[in-house]
Design a protein around this ligand. Structure first.
Ligand SMILES: [Fe+2]
Ligand SMILES: [Fe+2]
Length: 157
């Protein structure tokens, strides 16, 4: 069996509900990777269910906290979910199941950058807000493209 995605504590972002969801993400990807060909449709459906809940939860958090980079973050989620739906449709048509294994690898490659950038910003934003008080300065540096938003959280002295 090929290597499966493993959790590592470098993925921790400090918001326990988000970290739990991300552990589940890793498990669901590993579930696809360790599936037999016959199990792939079910494991993909498990992943899709996870992704809908995972991305929906982050969307709610963004909307509930007036997070400033909601659209960019939501666009990445939508792209992932669309790819999963495409692969589900392909499998249902009986294509080579390698397409699902390639998707799992793409998810492994995608997750660390997304978590470090989009999810970490959201986690910091929410924890600042929930701890009240400290004013937050948000800076946008649009460098490479419209979605390259870097959020810098600063406490005013
Ligand atoms: Fe996430
Ligand atoms: Fe996210």
């Amino acid at each position: 069996m090929a290597a499966t995605m493993q959790w590592n504590d470098g993925f921790l972002l400090g918001l326990p509900a988000m970290d739990d969801t991300h552990r589940e993400f890793v498990q669901c990807v590993a579930g696809i990777q360790s599936a037999s060909d016959a199990q792939l449709p079910d494991r993909l459906e498990d992943f899709a269910r996870h992704a809908v809940a995972h991305f929906g939860q982050e969307q709610q958090w963004m909307e509930g906290s007036d997070f400033p980079a909601t659209q960019c973050h939501a666009d990445e989620h939508s792209a992932v979910l669309a790819s999963v739906r495409d692969v589900q449709a392909l499998l249902a048509q009986g294509v080579n199941p390698q397409v699902a294994r390639d998707l799992a690898q793409a998810l492994v490659d995608w997750f660390p950058g997304h978590a470090d950038y989009m999810d970490a910003s959201l986690s910091q934003w929410m924890s600042k807000r929930s701890h009240g008080g400290a004013p937050v300065v948000l800076r946008r540096n649009v460098v490479r493209n419209a979605c390259d938003v870097s959020l810098e959280l600063k406490e005013t002295p």
